[in-house]
Design a protein around this ligand. Structure first.
Ligand code: BES
Ligand code: ZN
Ligand code: ZN
Length: 509
């Protein structure tokens, strides 16, 4: 989506729809909000009339559309809920409600009246950023396979008007910066939404090569032959049942700062997770095309790091394989030897994410000696049970890194919740026949035993694990409770948060 900043008042600009906001009206609140006076004049009193009839209540998600009697398009009012609870996330959701509400209704351009959103201590630039997020992400649709589409909002403008025109430079800078990031989020969603017949491990490698070429990154693709030479038995085992061979892909962004840190980002890239021999039940299995979301997020993070020129050096690793049953598939009882030399007893072929990550994590730690490692994975159903479909689980061995990610998440509105890792979990993944086992076969702390397993392959490097099984995509059962800007199949969750974290990580301590 195109988003521009305009000095004029939105009401004078000639967009298909002008957007203003109102807070929730109190019980005994009979005075029409002063902030909507100009809007009311432009609509020749339609708003005050609606207010008197109690049609305007300002509740969250309440969308009221007025046709301007002067014939200059529509005026849209979006409810923000209680004033005391107003924050960036409310505004992101409100902007998304607007563009989604206008879908298929012939409004191609919208003009947000910024003074109506930048209220109290909320700065104009923070409001503008939230509008960019909500509008651009809310308008997103995966249309690649549709022969017809409804047609929605294509251009948004953030209008300063007289009240805010002095803030033009700072608002412009915020919009350009935010747009660069959401543009990458949209790009990431388009890949994460691809079905498994198309988004094979080799296709993800092609995407990485394309990125490398466009942004001057270094790329290395390890095919099945090379993986065998390197001893990456984990990725090979998981991919062995599929006719689409596995790949480990490494992308490197050199970093903008001279004494910058090296941060490694490792993603689970299961292009389809049928469960393998420990096959999953049929219902909702189609969702497992999203099991590559961690790896695809790594592509997005590298793309944003390069376009936004963040300070640290960033090494991205994508651990890609398709998990299918078949005559050559790996099986329960197998023992696989991984890159680090450590062995894994396979008890459940459906706990495959940790098996591919074992190789990727150990590889990046040994090869690049990063200052910190972050992994992203749709790793466990237990994460969804614990935290729901909107929140990712965070496990970290390093308080500073964990705090940094939580601070970034507070900025982006992508919820993270830190969970503990104790010796109890570490004991649970020990095996009788190998160094570790990939499943405990009891449903106790499933998200945390998975994390304990991964920790074995990271060693002492400061590490954070993001289990994004819940928020990586919106499913049909819970989508109605998701914010409108995440309602799109793949969400590209964690791209915005990790990139903001990278921006906060400047030089070595
Ligand atoms: N890809 C799944 C986890 C998942 C579940 C992601 C639901 C998104 C939504 C993962 O590979 C898996 O199947 N994990 C098993 C592990 C178990 C066998 C130890 C699980 O969570 O049930
Ligand atoms: Zn699985
Ligand atoms: Zn999986």
């Amino acid at each position: 989506m195109k988003v521009t900043v305009d000095r004029r008042d939105a009401l004078d600009a000639g967009a298909d729809a002008v957007v203003s906001a109102l807070f929730e009206r109190g019980e005994k609140d009979d005075t029409f909000p002063r902030s909507l006076a100009r809007e009311d004049t432009a609509c020749r009193g339609l708003l005050t009339a609606a207010w008197k009839r109690k049609e305007l209540r300002g509740k969250r998600r309440e969308l009221s559309v007025f046709h301007r009697p002067d014939g200059r398009g529509r005026l849209v009012l979006i409810g923000l809920g209680p004033r005391a609870r107003f924050d960036a996330e409310t505004l992101r959701r409100a902007a998304a409600e607007v563009v989604r509400g206008l879908k298929g209704k012939g409004a191609r351009t919208v003009a947000f009246r910024l003074p109506s959103f930048a209220v109290d201590s909320f700065t104009p630039e923070a409001a503008a950023r939230a509008i960019v997020d909500g509008a651009a992400l809310g308008a997103y649709e995966f249309v690649k396979y549709k022969s017809t589409t409804e047609g929605g909002v294509e251009e948004a403008a953030v209008h300063l008007g007289e009240e805010l025109v002095r803030d033009e430079a700072i608002v412009k800078k915020a919009v350009v910066d935010e747009l660069a990031l959401v543009d990458t989020v949209v790009w990431t969603r388009d890949i994460a939404n691809l079905p498994a017949d198309t988004a094979t491990p080799e296709r993800l490698a092609e995407e990485a090569r394309g990125l490398a070429k466009e942004f001057g990154l270094k790329v290395t693709v390890f095919d099945e032959k090379k993986l065998a030479e390197m001893g990456c038995g984990g990725i090979l085992a998981v991919g062995s049942g599929s006719s689409h061979p596995p790949r480990m892909i490494v992308l490197e962004y050199p970093g903008g700062a001279r004494r910058g840190r090296t941060i490694a980002v490792v993603g689970k890239g299961i292009t389809f997770d049928s469960g393998g021999i420990s096959i999953k039940p049929g219902p909702r299995m189609a969702e497992m095309k999203f099991d590559k979301s961690g790896a695809v997020a790594v592509l997005g993070i590298l793309r944003a790091a390069a376009t936004m020129e963040v300070a640290p050096r960033v090494v991205g690793v994508l651990c890609c394989a398709e998990n299918l049953p078949g005559g050559s598939a790996y099986r329960p009882g197998d023992v696989v030897r991984t890159f680090s030399g450590k062995t894994i007893e396979i008890l459940n072929t459906d706990a495959e994410g940790r098996v591919v990550l074992a190789d990727g994590l150990a590889y990046v730690v040994q090869q690049y000696k990063p200052d910190e490692v972050i992994d992203l994975a749709t790793l466990t159903g237990a994460e969804v049970v614990a935290l729901g479909d909107d929140t990712a689980g965070l496990v970290s061995t390093d308080d500073r890194l964990a705090q940094g990610l939580l601070a970034a998440s507070a900025l982006t509105g992508e919820p993270l919740w830190r969970m503990p890792l104790t010796d109890f979990h570490r004991e649970m993944v020990k095996s009788e026949v190998a160094d570790v086992r990939n499943s405990t076969e009891i449903s106790v702390a499933g998200m945390l035993t998975a994390a304990a397993f991964l920790e074995t392959f990271v060693g002492s490097t400061p590490w954070a694990h993001l289990d994004i099984a819940g928020p990586a995509y919106t499913n049909l059962l819970t989508r109605k409770w998701q914010p409108a800007y995440q309602n799109s199949g793949a969400t590209a969750f964690a791209v915005r948060t990790v990139v903001r974290y990278l921006e906060s990580a400047t030089t070595r301590n």
